[in-house]
Design a protein around this ligand. Structure first.
Ligand code: PLP
Length: 370
């Protein structure tokens, strides 16, 4: 019955930020499927492992004593961050400033919380325009969002400058590193030093970083990290009726997967930094092969040299919708944005897939041009 589903192993899924989970992580997940962190009093050991997972990832993000949870995904994590920022803000503050490139989860957050999103244009590097951010701040602003790995192009906003602005105005800065959080720390030293984005910047209040994207953990595994327990407790709900006794939730969902935390913990221990460095290195090498191949095809170019394993393909002479349609007809599952096609070189993508894709792209562009 599932025959029509695409499989990551086919290499045809070229536009997704998800991938086949690592075998070991999937095994751990399956083994502990019944663990429910919605009733942590019943599963105190699993809760402790979740704390350790948050601590390990917090250390990677520059602060071991962060608060946070493994949640359903980047969307829930972003909503939780904005929810906490709203609760911590002064009355009458109801505006969130986001880059034009912000993920649609911020639209959901704003709608749910009855807040207004103020969208800021991007500069020529597809980063948020810092001077426009300064101008947009008003007494109603309670949060600014910066992105470390945009959905459309994998671009990192100038988070250092955003952090300074946030501190100056005493506003919550949330960094959406849902994708980039598992990439940037594992890039070559020179590359990652240019991309400061985490709690080492004192103006950063919260971060989203998803194990179920480049962390190769099973869905559902998003990560929300707050600088302090005080911030996380702004969204605490306390109650007592569950079998496990006194309970505090800091998530949207009630019943929630403990297996996700266990699988993430196991995967982090299994890979270590060097394991993730290898994964990211391979993805980046293939990304550069893809970029070189695109530059050789007449009529196509990359939108911007990639920062991470996300590549935008555009054309000045071909209609991008037509190009995407033809590419999809040839059974390549790519993502389509208004002006470009997005390829994400995830761990399931191998060299023959990239070469096959480039061959088809060349053929398609030649046919359309004729
Ligand atoms: N933030 C960014 C930057 C993303 O690219 C995505 C998804 O691609 C999300 C958040 C949402 O993540 P999820 O689909 O896990 O809810």
């Amino acid at each position: 019955m599932l025959g029509e589903d695409l499989a990551y192993e086919s290499g045809r899924i070229l536009g997704s930020m998800c991938t086949k989970p690592h075998r070991f992580a999937a095994h751990v997940y399956g083994k502990y499927i019944e663990k429910n962190l919605g009733d942590p009093g019943l599963f105190p050991a699993t809760q402790q492992i979740e704390r350790e997972t948050i601590q390990m990832l917090g250390t990677l993000l520059g602060k071991s004593d962060v608060a946070g949870h493994i949640v359903t995904g980047g969307t829930e994590a972003n909503i939780l961050a904005i929810w906490a920022a709203r609760n911590l803000s002064k009355t009458k503050q109801d505006e969130i400033i986001v880059p034009a490139s912000a993920h649609h989860s911020f639209d959901k957050a704003a709608d749910l919380l009855g807040c207004k999103l103020v969208r800021i244009d991007l500069n020529d590097n597809f980063q948020v325009d810092i001077s426009a951010i300064r101008e947009a701040i008003s007494p109603r602003t309670f949060a600014i969002v910066g992105i470390a790995g945009t959905t459309e192009l994998g671009i990192v906003d100038p988070i250092t400058e955003l952090a300074e602005i946030a501190e100056q105005h005493n506003i919550h800065l949330h960094v959406d590193a849902a994708f980039g959080g598992f990439v940037i720390p594992f890039l070559e030293k020179a590359e990652k030093e240019k991309l400061e984005f985490d709690f080492r910047l004192s103006g950063v209040s919260s971060i989203t970083m998803d194990p179920h994207k480049m962390g190769m953990c099973p869905i559902p595994a998003g990560g929300i990290f707050f600088r302090s327990e005080g911030m996380a407790s702004a969204i605490s709900t306390n109650f007592t009726y569950l079998c496990g006794g006194e309970t505090t939730h800091q998530t949207i969902v009630g019943t929630r997967s403990g297996a996700a935390s266990l699988a993430t913990w196991a995967m982090l221990k299994h890979q270590g930094r060097s394991g993730y460095q290898k994964i990211v290195k391979r993805c980046m090498e293939l990304t550069y092969q893809l970029v070189a191949g695109i530059e050789e095809i007449k009529g196509l170019e990359v939108v911007i040299p990639p920062t991470m394993n996300v590549v935008g393909i555009k054309s000045d002479i071909l209609d991008i919708d037509v190009l995407a349609q033809k590419v999809r007809e040839m059974k390549w599952a790519v993502a389509l944005f208004p002006k470009h096609i997005r390829v994400v070189v995830m761990p399931h993508v191998k060299a023959p897939h990239i070469h096959g894709f480039l061959e088809d792209l060349r053929h398609i562009t030649e046919t359309i041009r004729r």
